[in-house]
Design a protein around this ligand. Structure first.
Ligand SMILES: C[S@@+](CC[C@H](N)C(=O)[O-])C[C@H]1O[C@@H](n2cnc3c(N)ncnc32)[C@H](O)[C@@H]1O
Length: 242
């Protein structure tokens, strides 16, 4: 029997930093391939132009650059220092004016109410303290600002799909990428958002929708929230985010 891998191994993001934009690592390409499907749903909630947006857990900057291309003023933050270095280098080469910082969602180094939106994709199921992260998201959002996220549901099907199949059998992800104990049921996330002072809106599913010419999965909105799901929440007050 192979040894059980360490769960929620955050070192993989630094290890992969040099491959982030080179397209030569399939699981990194998968993260990139998820961006259009997420944005096709996020775009319904906000006009990004001239908005101050925080990409929380940005890694090498896939979402941050897509948001900058939509006209947002983007800040990205992630604890993986080498991933942040890769993000900075790529943004500079592409002429994107994106501010990148090294740090964690539990202690954001930003002033209160400084962002129109916080985007957090494929991150909440990795953080050490979800309650503190949600409190920090609420703190840095301006009244009326939006929190847009996706994460992984916690149930046997989600574990089967994301750990047993994606990590252990198909090797679409490095073994140890996820700790299923950190997965989050939608009802728990709704409670957490409410406790942080945010008003949860719609949640919807996210999942594979096809295969591209390279043989990689493409992603989009699905009605089923049992495995991956996206959602939106608003900080009360002010003018709505869109
Ligand atoms: C699966 S990657 C997603 C990266 C990026 N959002 C994307 O979709 O391309 C998860 C990211 O969460 C980051 N992360 C883990 N714990 C975090 C924390 N406490 N605060 C902020 N980011 C964290 C990791 O360093 C990693 O870059």
């Amino acid at each position: 029997m192979p040894a059980e891998p360490a769960r929620n191994d955050l070192s993989i993001y630094d290890t992969a930093a040099g491959h982030w934009w080179s397209d030569d690592v399939r699981w990194v390409r998968t993260l990139r391939n998820m961006v259009p499907g997420r944005l096709s749903w996020f775009d319904r909630h906000i006009d990004w132009r001239d908005r101050a947006v925080l990409d929380l857990g940005c890694a090498g900057g896939f979402m941050a650059e897509a948001l900058a291309e939509r006209g947002a003023h983007v800040t990205g933050i992630d604890p993986a220092a080498r991933a942040i270095a890769a993000a900075r280098a790529h943004a500079e080469a592409r002429g994107h004016d994106i501010a990148y910082d090294i740090g964690v969602g539990e202690a954001l180094p930003y002033a209160d109410a400084g962002f129109d939106a916080v985007v957090c994709v494929d991150v909440l199921e990795h953080v050490a303290d979800l309650t503190r992260v949600l409190a920090e998201v609420a703190r840095v959002l301006r009244p009326g600002g939006l929190f847009l996220f996706d994460t992984i549901n916690r149930n046997p099907l989600a574990r089967l799909a994301t750990v047993t199949v994606a990590e252990d059998i198909l090797r679409l992800l490095p073994r140890g990428t996820h700790d299923p104990a950190l997965f989050i049921k939608p009802a728990e996330l709704r409670r957490g958002l409410r406790d942080a002072g945010l008003v949860a809106g719609r949640f919807t599913g996210l999942g594979p929708r096809g295969i591209n010419r390279r043989g990689d999965l493409t992603f989009g909105r699905l009605p089923l929230t049992a495995i991956l799901y996206m959602g939106v929440a608003r900080k009360p007050g002010g003018v709505a985010g869109g």
